[in-house]
Design a protein. Structure first.
Length: 198
C-alpha cells in the first residue's frame, strides 16, 4: 500500500492538495459451485485498488478560526482477479466509486456541509448464484449503481469534543430499496494532549 500527497499554496488564503493511492495484494482461497455443491479451490489472484484525491481549502488569513471553505474529492477503482463462482475459471472484477463534499465553517464552533457519493459495481451473469454472492463488487444486472446525498451540521463544543447531525438518502439501480436515515455522531478525546508535558 502506498500514498503520495502534493501540497501547493494557490494564494495567501487558499491551498491545494493532490494525492494518489495504491494497494496491491493477493487472494488464494475461493468457493465455487460444482455440481450444485460449494467446493473450495486454491489459486493466487491479484487485488489492486487505485485512488486519486483533490482538496481545495480557503481560509482567510487572520479569520481562519471563524471562516473557511473546504472542497474534498476522491475517486477509486478496483481491479480484482477471481475464480468465477460458476467454476468457469479465472475472471476479473472492475468496480469504481467517488465522493465529493463541500464544507463551510460558518462560526468558530459550527460547520455545515454536503456530501455526495457514487458507486458502480461490475456486472457478471454468475453473480446471483445462491450462497456465493459477489455483492457488493458485482451484480447480475448491467449498469447497476448506487448514489447517496448527505447534508450535515457539526458543532464543536470544544477542541476535544464535537457532535455531528447527518441525514443520508441512499438510492440507485439494482440495489436495495431507497433508504433514508438520520445519524448523530459524537467524537471526543480524553487524556493529556500528546504535545503537552504533564
Amino acid at each position: 500500500m502506498g500514498h503520495y500527497k502534493n501540497y501547493r499554496d494557490l494564494s495567501r488564503d487558499t491551498y491545494l492538495e493532490l494525492g494518489v493511492s495504491g494497494l496491491l495484494g493477493w487472494n488464494r482461497d475461493w468457493d465455487v459451485s460444482s455440481g450444485g455443491a460449494v467446493v473450495s479451490r486454491r489459486d493466487y489472484r491479484h487485488a489492486a485498488v487505485l485512488g486519486a484525491d483533490l482538496t481545495v481549502l480557503w481560509e482567510p488569513t487572520g479569520h481562519m478560526r471563524y471562516r473557511n471553505l473546504e472542497w474534498r474529492n476522491e475517486f477509486y477503482w478496483l481491479n480484482k482477479g477471481i475464480l468465477a463462482v460458476d467454476n468457469s475459471g479465472r475472471d476479473t472484477l472492475n468496480a469504481w466509486g467517488a465522493y465529493s463534499y463541500l464544507q463551510a465553517k460558518v462560526t468558530r464552533t459550527l460547520d455545515i456541509g454536503l456530501r455526495g457519493d457514487f458507486y458502480m459495481p461490475d456486472d457478471k451473469d454468475y453473480a446471483g448464484i445462491a450462497g456465493l454472492s459477489l455483492s457488493p463488487l458485482a451484480y447480475v444486472e448491467e449498469n447497476a449503481y448506487q448514489w447517496q446525498i448527505c447534508p450535515y451540521i457539526t458543532w464543536h463544543q470544544s477542541p476535544f469534543v464535537k457532535f455531528r447531525l447527518e441525514y443520508d438518502h441512499l438510492d440507485g439501480k439494482s440495489f436495495s430499496e431507497p433508504e433514508d436515515r438520520i445519524m448523530l455522531q459524537a467524537v471526543f478525546a480524553v487524556g493529556p494532549h500528546k504535545h503537552e508535558r504533564y
